[in-house]
Design a protein around this ligand. Structure first.
Ligand code: ARG
Ligand code: ASP
Length: 714
């Protein structure tokens, strides 16, 4: 019944916002306040964002340019995900101090580890600057002029906003340029690593469990921001003091129940909520399948190698994590879109829009023109996808590109380039015997796949797959790039007069042919022009959609600006006969335990705590099994609309208290960047009680919990 009902709503309002869908602008949250209160919120929109008073917004930070963090003490201590802090944990890890594997806990401020390059950005205020940005733009302004006027206005407005302050201002377009907001930020640059659990807690389940529920990953790490004596951002200095945030989050130990109101406050990166059926079709049924197939090939070979030795595992771990992350997400996305009949639904909406637009000169041609544009864009997109996912798949072709650059370099540039290439060769050839097996297989198979699909005509007159394979294999074996001694000698005596020899190498010849085909200048010019035209048409389309549906509350696509998503804790039915409860517990970690599988090794100390049910104040009794003793909650899911960049975002309760850390989405709902379905779309959160339990009971770093403000619990 519920299914039918949802179906009805979806078809009737295909493009209007559904329950729990939306990533809202904090400054305009007053518009959602009544709805949020109805859903259970007990605080006000002003408690979340207020330009005149310290509010929850002041406790949120953008972690570098891709994750979110939140202050949990008045001494600059903040939480984010383990996978967000990953590269900083790795960069401090050595064989003797392997913090990635064993975890790291600063037992004093002196032990906190500086992370050069890491930034923590606080939003000071935001402002609607649409009128100022569009000043001078009229209905007759050409697109080129429009862009120039906007750019110059943006320069002026941001310069004025920053004048006399240490703030950084940026302006971003919303709704494809129908609206502009300015963000005035304070960017902190002395950020230090404070704590991280061992990998088999922080990344428990690894890529096997990635994007999936039930989940048991303790995906958190801790950092501290330092500031100068005036509490202002300053580069690293031993004299800096812990930053005093205007606000830090209170943490609730009360936990969550199914149905509870929750909201996520953070920095979602990109969504494409309003694109047309052509775009959805291109992503779901043309590009994703190509990407998935090609990544399946790469993952097969890397995983084979990783299963052979610990050394190989380490070598490929982070590469595989990133290849596999997209690979798995796209599969869920395509399935989700097709299950929802996403393309058909978009088409139905487009028909309705067209009927409405027929009488309006401003909108009449928007959809037909956009359709023409997609016809032009599609074949080029596909070729570029092949280039990035197949041509660039092997290290062999990546290196061919570097040597192409060398062959093209001027006399002045050569010495520096040769030096860099020699350094990287040193590393590259250190385990060449093992690596080349993997790399050659990836090179041959990805090109072969492309050739079979008709995208590698430059392989010449090969008649069969076998022929193509032989040809590719020969290229790999005969290239100087795979011959350490020859290459070394060649680089030792390299001058630009030797470029010809590089140009004749089979690797560069192949790379050049592939590049010329994909990046033919005329084709790329068409691509750019068409893409820009689609952006222009989307601006009209979204404006028209709003005019056509004046009672619908629209939200702008994510663009790495601060947003609020709200919903409630809720399980779901991923497929027939299966219902997922919205929580997971430590018991599930023990069920998954497998000492022989890397992703499922459980720390002995965690097991001891489990066996003794020694959960301190963080455990909970199951009212249905009170005699069994306490359980340790680990994760929960909710209906908050989130995307990449929301990782590390605080998940807050009806009183604005921290109850969890957002870190992922359920696989069955990963189409939410294009299409949100309240039956399937769930964000995955780490229960804050598990995080505190790990810090306090597992790591013995209670001094960190003591800095925090805990409320509720037993
Ligand atoms: N899927 C999550 C996100 O998109 C987590 C990725 C990191 N974890 C991993 N096992 N690769 O960021
Ligand atoms: N795992 C993502 C992130 O790192 C979150 C998501 O895509 O839901 O931001």
């Amino acid at each position: 019944m519920k299914k039918l009902f949802t179906w009805f709503i979806m078809s009737a309002m295909a493009i209007s916002v559904l329950a729990d869908e939306g990533m809202w602008i904090p400054m305009l949250l007053g518009r959602n306040e009544a709805d949020m209160k109805k859903a259970g919120m007990r605080i006000s929109a002003k408690d979340i964002y207020d330009i005149n008073n310290a509010c929850l917004k002041d406790a949120i930070l953008l972690f570098n340019q891709g994750c979110t963090g939140e202050y949990v003490s008045d001494e600059g201590l903040f939480l984010t995900n383990h996978h967000c802090g990953y590269s900083y944990i790795t960069s401090h890890s050595t064989v003797e101090h392997d913090y990635l594997t064993n975890g790291f806990w600063a037992m004093s401020r002196e032990e906190e580890l500086p992370c050069p390059g890491l930034t923590a950005t606080r939003l000071v205020r935001m402002e609607d600057v649409t009128a100022k940005v569009l000043e001078g733009v009229t209905a007759n302004t050409s697109e080129g002029e429009r862009a120039a006027i906007i750019e110059s206005n943006i320069q002026k407005i941001t310069a004025a906003a920053m004048m006399g302050t240490h703030y950084k201002a940026i302006i971003k377009p919303f709704y494809y340029g129908n609206q502009y907001f300015m963000y005035v930020n304070e960017v902190f640059t002395d950020v230090r690593l404070v704590g991280a659990p061992p990998s088999n807690i922080g990344k428990f389940g690894g890529d096997t469990d990635n994007w999936m529920w039930p989940r048991h990953t303790g995906d958190f790490s801790m950092f501290r921001v330092y500031a100068d004596k005036d509490n202002k951002p300053a580069p690293y200095s031993a004299d800096n003091k812990p930053y005093k945030p205007l606000k830090h989050l209170e943490i609730s130990l009360n936990g969550v129940k199914e149905g509870d109101f929750t909201f996520v406050f953070g920095y979602p990166g990109t969504t494409q909520r309003y694109v047309t059926s052509d775009h959805v079709e291109l992503t779901a049924n043309i590009e994703n399948p190509i990407r998935i197939d090609l990544r399946t090939i790469r993952l097969k070979h890397y995983n084979n190698a990783m299963n052979k030795s610990a050394g190989q595992r380490l070598k490929y771990a982070s590469k595989v994590a990133s290849i596999a992350n997209g690979w798995k997400k796209w599969q869920g996305e395509t399935q989700g879109i097709n299950r929802l009949k996403g393309v058909e639904k978009k088409k139905e909406f487009e028909q309705r829009f067209q009927q409405w637009a027929n009488a309006k000169s401003e909108y009449r041609d928007v959809l037909p023109k956009m359709h023409e544009d997609y016809e032009k864009l599609r074949p080029i997109e596909v070729e570029l996808t092949y280039f990035s996912e197949a041509v660039r798949a092997s290290d062999f072709m990546g290196r061919a590109k570097n040597y192409r650059d060398l062959a093209n370099a001027s006399e002045k540039e050569v010495a520096e380039m040769v030096k860099k290439l020699k350094e990287s060769n040193e590393k590259y050839f250190s385990d060449f015997e093992l690596h080349t097996v993997v790399d050659k297989a990836i090179f041959v198979e990805t090109f072969l796949y492309m050739w079979k699909a008709g995208y590698a005509p430059y392989l010449g007159d090969v008649k069969s797959g076998d022929d193509a394979e032989k040809k590719l294999s020969k290229i790999y074996d005969e290239s100087m790039l795979n011959n350490k001694e020859k290459l070394q000698k060649f680089l030792d005596g390299y001058t630009i007069s030797k470029a010809k020899k590089l140009n004749d190498d089979p690797a560069l010849k192949l790379y050049d042919k592939a590049y010329t085909l994909a990046y033919d200048p005329e084709k790329i010019a068409t691509y750019r022009r068409t893409y820009a035209d689609i952006q222009r048409l989307m601006r009209s389309y979204v404006k028209g959609m709003m005019e056509m549906q004046p009672t619908v509350k629209f939200f702008p696509d994510a663009n790495l600006t601060l947003r609020v998503a709200y919903g409630h804790v809720e399980g779901f039915r991923p497929r027939d006969g299966v219902y997922y409860k919205p929580y997971s517990t430590l018991q599930g970690i023990m069920e998954k335990e497998n000492p022989d599988i890397y992703d499922y090794v459980v720390e002995p100390k965690l097991k001891r705590l489990y066996n003794r049910q020694d959960y301190g104040r963080y455990g909970v009794l199951d009212p249905q099994r009170p005699n069994d003793g306490p359980d340790m909650p680990v994760g929960f899911i909710a209906t908050n609309h989130t995307t990449g960049g929301n990782s590390g975002s605080p998940v807050l309760d009806a009183d604005g208290r921290l109850i969890g850390l957002n870190f992922d989405r359920c696989w069955e709902g990963t189409m939410s960047d294009l299409l949100f379905d309240p039956d399937y779309c769930r964000n995955i959160c780490l229960d804050i009680r598990y995080c505190l339990f790990i810090i306090d009971k597992f790591a013995g770093a209670k001094h960190l919990v003591d800095e925090m403000t805990l409320v509720g619990g037993k």
